[in-house]
Design a protein around this ligand. Structure first.
Ligand SMILES: [Zn+2]
Ligand SMILES: [Zn+2]
Length: 302
């Protein structure tokens, strides 16, 4: 896990974050995702400066291992001077060696956040789920941690005051907020009451706005007036110019694309607002579809 540096904001990794959510549903299935309906509780990973450093770190690590249901995994936590914030050796197990930066000796409240990221590496390693390249794999790790209920700790470790700032993990604060919001929309959980950091709360609010926007894109019936108008114009264009429909990639700001189904009726494809798998439905007015991956019911006006 990387350390400090200037804090990046916005959504530079959004495409990979969304791909990570889809990959999680594909690898774990809807049923397994549902077993993560409860987040890691603040009290279970609390760490105060009077706690014994090593015993406390082992206790928090055990709690995270329990959250991921890795019964036989044992984390051995050590501290040393290093450039990175933390690191884990991904070997065959069942013992995994985690190194935390020496600075956590005096910043114990963030040990839970650092371990949340590293234990998620172990979980994904055991699942055999990874993305090619270090950057994308780290984004998969933070997205997984957040979607499955441990990553709110990483967002809460983001703090800024007049003289200093601290941030853990590879997602921007807003991206952490976005994944956390998607999680809370699926599980009906409100993580905002756990935040100790005002900046984390702000990032969560911003992420929630984007997550809600995903649910209001045409052809979903919840789309707003401007979106619907644009959709109707694009549909007319597709109907007049078939079969040469505009590919989705040509207009990154437009999430849907039209394509004929062989010689059959025109179809529209769009990302599921929950898992981002692409859904295809015929263009014929009101359509109710159900995402096969995350089982979200999609009310569409195509
Ligand atoms: Zn990492
Ligand atoms: Zn879905």
């Amino acid at each position: 896990m990387a350390n400090d540096g200037p804090v990046e904001h916005g959504y530079p990794h959004l495409e990979t974050v969304r791909a990570a959510v889809t990959a999680l549903y594909r690898r774990l299935s809807y049923d397994t995702i549902r077993t993560f309906s409860t987040s890691v509780a603040p009290a279970d990973v609390a760490f105060c400066d009077t706690d014994d450093l090593h015993l406390g770190a082992q206790r928090v690590a055990r709690e995270l291992v329990r959250h991921y249901r890795l019964p036989d995994a044992r984390l051995i936590v050590g501290f040393r001077e290093m450039q990175h914030a933390a690191n884990v050796e991904l070997e065959a197990g069942p013992e995994y060696f985690v190194e935390l930066n020496d600075r956590f000796r005096t910043h114990r409240r963030d040990i839970g956040a650092a371990l949340a990221h590293e234990v998620t590496h172990v979980y994904l390693h055991r699942l055999g789920l990874s993305f090619p390249g270090t950057r994308d794999n780290e984004i998969l790790t933070d997205t997984t941690a957040t979607y499955l209920g441990a990553g709110w700790l990483l967002l809460d470790a983001f703090r800024q005051d007049g003289v200093s700032s601290q941030k853990l993990g590879y997602l921007t604060p807003e991206e952490f907020g976005y994944v956390l919001a998607k999680r809370s929309l699926v599980f009906g959980e409100d993580p905002s009451v756990w935040f100790t950091s005002a900046q984390a709360y702000t990032a969560y609010t911003e992420g929630m706005a984007l997550a809600r926007r995903d649910e209001r894109q045409p052809p979903l019936t919840a789309a707003g007036w401007a979106g619907r108008r644009r959709y109707a114009r694009d549909r007319r264009h597709a109907q007049d110019h078939r079969p040469a429909a505009v590919p989705a990639s040509a207009r990154p700001d437009v999430p849907y694309s039209f394509a004929p189904d062989g010689r059959g009726p025109l179809r529209v494809s769009f990302p599921c607002p929950t898992c981002h798998q692409r859904i295809r439905v015929p263009v014929r007015g009101r359509v109710r579809a159900r995402c096969g991956l995350c089982r979200t019911v999609l009310e569409c006006d195509t």
